[in-house]
Design a protein around this ligand. Structure first.
Ligand SMILES: CC(C)(COP(=O)(O)OP(=O)(O)OC[C@H]1O[C@@H](n2cnc3c(N)ncnc32)[C@H](O)[C@@H]1OP(=O)(O)O)[C@@H](O)C(=O)NCCC(=O)NCCS
Length: 154
C-alpha cells in the first residue's frame, strides 16, 4: 500500500520522527509552531513528516523531513519531498531552502529533487548543537545551504 500525503497541524507532528532529522529537541520545539507540516500516512499512522517555515515573502525553508526507520528506503521520503516541492510551486513560491550536512545520502536526496547549493555555513553544527553529530564516523561541522529557485524553472 502506498502512503498518502496530507497537511497536519504542527502540534500533531510526531516528535520521535522530527528528532531523526534534528537531534536537538529544544531547537525543534522552538521552530515547530511556526511551521506548516505535511505527513505521509500509511496503515492509519504517520510514517513520515516534513516541516516548512516561512522565511519572508515568497521564501520558505524546509526545516525537517523524516521517515520512520522501519519504513525508510521505500520511496516514502521521495514522495513526501516531491509533494512539498510541488505544493510550494503551485502556490507561487519563489524559493524553497534547506540546510543539510556536507556529506551523506541526504545531500544526494535533496539534489536529486532539484536543490542546488548556494552557501556554506562553516562550523554551523559545532556552534548550534551541544552534542557532536557523527555519521559514518565523520563529525558534521559545516552546513550546506541549498535552494530550489522556482523562478529559474525546473
Ligand atoms: C532522508 C529520509 C527522509 C529519506 O526518506 P526515505 O523514505 O528513506 O527515502 P526514499 O526511500 O524515498 O529514498 C530516497 C533516496 O535516499 C536513499 N536513502 C534513504 N535512506 C538511506 C540510507 N539510510 N542510506 C543510504 N541511502 C539512503 C535511498 O536509497 C534513495 O536513493 P535512490 O533514489 O538513489 O534510490 C530518511 O532516510 C530519514 O528519515 N532519514 C533520517 C532523518 C534525516 O536525515 N532527514 C534529513 C535531514 S537533512
Amino acid at each position: 500500500m502506498s502512503a498518502s500525503i496530507r497537511e497536519i497541524p504542527s502540534a500533531e507532528a510526531p516528535m520521535a520522527l522530527l528528532l531523526l532529522a534534528d537531534p536537538s529537541e529544544r531547537k525543534v520545539r522552538a521552530y515547530l509552531p511556526a511551521t506548516r507540516c505535511f505527513a505521509a500516512l500509511l496503515d492509519g499512522g504517520i510514517a513520515g513528516v516534513c516541516a516548512v517555515v516561512p522565511l519572508g515573502p515568497g521564501r520558505h525553508e524546509l526545516m525537517n523531513i523524516a521517515v520512520d526507520p522501519a519504513r525508510q528506503q521505500r520511496g516514502i521520503g521521495a514522495r513526501l519531498l516531491a509533494h512539498v516541492i510541488d505544493t510550494y510551486r503551485r502556490e507561487g513560491a519563489e524559493r524553497l531552502e534547506v540546510g543539510t550536512g556536507t556529506f551523506g545520502y541526504q545531500l544526494a536526496f535533496y539534489q536529486r529533487h532539484g536543490f542546488r547549493v548556494f552557501q556554506v555555513e562553516r562550523d554551523f553544527f559545532l556552534r548550534h548543537y551541544d552534542e557532536a553529530i557523527i555519521e559514518h564516523g565523520i563529525q558534521h561541522r559545516d552546513m550546506l545551504r541549498l535552494a530550489i529557485d522556482y523562478r529559474e524553472g525546473p
